[in-house]
Design a protein around this ligand. Structure first.
Ligand SMILES: Nc1ncnc2c1ncn2[C@@H]1O[C@H](COP(=O)(O)OP(=O)(O)O)[C@@H](O)[C@H]1O
Ligand SMILES: [Mg+2]
Length: 581
């Protein structure tokens, strides 16, 4: 219970406080609506004692008018509070979703490695959706129900406090079962949310991997895995709704006991003339009207359990801090075209060492190539440079400034990265190149398109630059996607260029065009290039050969060939391959 209180407090302080005045207004109208229940039951007394039993025509008019007014006020206040609360509810849900997305994008790569896109999508859509349930409870009138209960019990006590106590004899019987039921609902609600996350993960994997799934004929396998989860979801949903509906059920039982007790005592008192029929009717109407709000409030506790399971998760996510953060006193990024130096960089992923004392210098404005077997740690060097991951030891400087002394945004603003597979968004080609920038003059854009060899293929597309790239760029070929990525990089015009196997996935003809575009891109920038095909880095100013996280050789192509070491062996191997192809 304490924990739930703190969840509610957290939600309130962080997301509701800013709408407090709107909530206060809604609450005032809720109270108005709720108190009308009390008035209504109270009107039963004059209606029976003065009009129906007393026979007064004058009373008939005013009692009738009063009852009509009560219904009018109820209708109006109900409309007003619903509209105000719906607005606040939609706004808070949007606030939480926006915060969550912004926050998740800040979290480290290791977090995203652990939690896939499907899982996170479910957190943002599903869990936040469940929170909006709390709101719908409020909107359907928890506040009004509480006030209604207070006013109804006020009337009931006014009529006869002993009867009221009798009506409530069943309450203590309910407490223990309710607490147990709440726990049960919470447990299944949590499970249901986990299963939902699992389902989205599956779907996400299926639709991303649709081609390999078809080729490996995994359709039935995948369908069965999905089916197993949906089955599990049915089970948990039914279990949770059983728990949820049992609480109002308990309230019914309690009410039955109460009414029986009152009828036995009160009926006797009226027969003996101790009480008027009006008293009894007002009391009975009050208690009768109290059932519905009571049942609804009982159901609220179940719905709250479900929402609490989601709020718990959202809170956990929002409280996660990225490890890779801006330094407290950031140093400005270096100006101009900088030199990059790695000194004794060590990096471990869990237990396995990936970089073991890597040191090398990439000179300003020159092209440095990283070569080595797959898994040698080349891409990891790029990740360390851009601070997607921090090394465990050693230091990395750019233009003499340690990478961890700069703001992350400043650091990453120094790089353009072109890797094996360019990420294109489901948008026009133009938007994919401009990426939201609006300050690019048309001449500059044309220049860039030309240099990146994008102009070579754009005229053949149906809508030119306004053609859609398709989901993940699927309307373009690999080489075309790479050229779009190069155009982006040209526009970014950063002092450092990182190329990670930018041409590896391409056929020979596309490779040539992309290579030509890359050569233009690297002019006047400090360029680091990882290449699988050694022919593409032959002209690099320096070649750094890596093996199992170490730098084993450095030099120009000719020097390394003359040395007759690891590079010469790699080269000989590739040369043989090319001969036999
Ligand atoms: N995020 C990661 N988590 C765990 N291990 C990783 C991660 N990234 C890379 N590795 C491991 O680090 C080693 C080097 O990877 P990488 O730098 O990508 O090599 P490459 O030289 O082929 O680019 C590999 O053995 C890889 O399995
Ligand atoms: Mg790699």
């Amino acid at each position: 219970m304490k924990q739930e209180g703190s969840l509610l407090f957290w939600l309130g302080r962080r997301y509701l406080w800013r709408y407090r005045w709107q909530i206060v207004i809604a609450f005032i109208f809720m109270m108005l609506e709720g108190s009308m229940f009390g008035f209504l039951s109270y009107m039963m007394k004059p209606m029976f004692d003065d009009v129906l039993v007393g026979g007064s025509r004058a009373a008939l008019t005013w009692v009738g008018m009063a009852i009509f007014t009560i219904f009018m006020i109820r209708a109006l206040s109900s409309i007003i509070q619903k509209v105000v609360l719906t607005r606040v509810s939609q706004k808070t849900v949007a606030d939480i979703r926006n915060d969550l997305l912004a926050h998740l994008m800040q979290l480290d790569g290791s977090f995203h490695q652990k939690h896939g896109p499907g899982y996170l999508m479910q957190r943002i859509e599903g869990d936040v959706g469940a929170v909006s349930k709390v709101w719908s409870i409020l909107i359907t009138g928890t506040g009004r129900d509480v006030i209604a209960l207070v006013s109804l019990f006020g009337v009931a006590i006014g009529m006869d406090w002993r009867w009221t106590l009798l009506a409530l004899v069943g309450v203590p019987l309910m407490i223990a079962p309710t607490v147990l039921l709440q726990r049960y609902v919470r447990k299944y609600a949590r499970r249901a949310r986990d299963i939902s996350a699992g389902l989205s993960t599956r779907l996400n994997e299926v639709f991303h991997g649709i081609v390999p799934i078809k080729l490996n004929r995994l359709e039935i396998y995948e369908a069965n895995r999905y089916k197993a989860l949906t089955k599990e979801r049915i089970r948990t949903s039914v279990a949770s709704s059983l728990g949820q509906s049992a609480i109002p059920g308990l309230i019914d039982v309690m009410s039955g006991i109460g009414i029986l007790a009152v009828l036995l005592l009160g009926g006797g008192q009226i027969i003996s003339g101790e009480k008027s029929v009006g008293d009894f009717m007002a009391f009975f109407t009050a208690i009768g009207l109290a059932f519905e709000p009571l049942r609804r409030l009982g159901a609220v506790s179940g719905t709250w359990q479900i929402a609490a399971a989601s709020i718990e998760r959202i809170k956990e996510l929002l409280e996660l801090e990225p490890e890779l953060r801006d330094p407290p006193h950031p140093v400005p990024a270096p100006k101009g075209c900088p030199e990059i130096v790695l000194r004794d960089v060590e990096l471990n992923y869990s237990e396995s060492a990936v970089l073991r004392g890597t040191s090398f210098t990439a000179e300003a404005g020159k092209t440095t190539a990283l070569v080595g077997a797959s898994g040698a740690g080349k891409s990891t060097v790029f990740n360390v440079l851009t601070r997607l991951v921090d090394p465990d030891a050693g230091e990395v400087t750019i233009g003499g400034v340690r990478t961890d002394a700069m703001r992350l945004a400043d650091l990453r603003g120094l790089f353009s990265v072109v890797s094996q597979d360019a990420l294109l968004f489901e948008d026009s080609l133009r938007e994919n190149i401009l990426l939201g920038r609006e300050d690019v003059p048309d001449e500059r854009l044309d220049e860039v398109l030309e240099a990146a060899h994008v102009s070579d293929f754009v005229p053949r597309l149906p809508d030119g630059l306004d053609s859609r790239a398709g989901s993940r760029g699927s309307n373009l070929s690999g080489g075309q996607r790479q050229r779009v990525a190069i155009a982006r990089a040209l526009l970014r015009d950063t002092p450092i260029l990182l190329l990670d196997e930018a041409t590896s996935a391409l056929d020979a003809a596309s490779e040539q065009v992309v290579q030509a575009a890359l050569d233009k891109l690297s002019v006047g920038r400090t360029t680091l290039v990882i290449a699988h095909r050694l022919s593409t880095i032959r002209n690099a100013d320096k070649i750094v050969v890596m093996d199992a996280g170490h730098v084993v050789e450095e030099g120009t192509h000719d020097e390394l060939i003359a040395l007759g070491g690891a590079y010469a062996r790699l080269h000989a191997m590739q040369f043989e391959d090319e001969q036999t192809v």
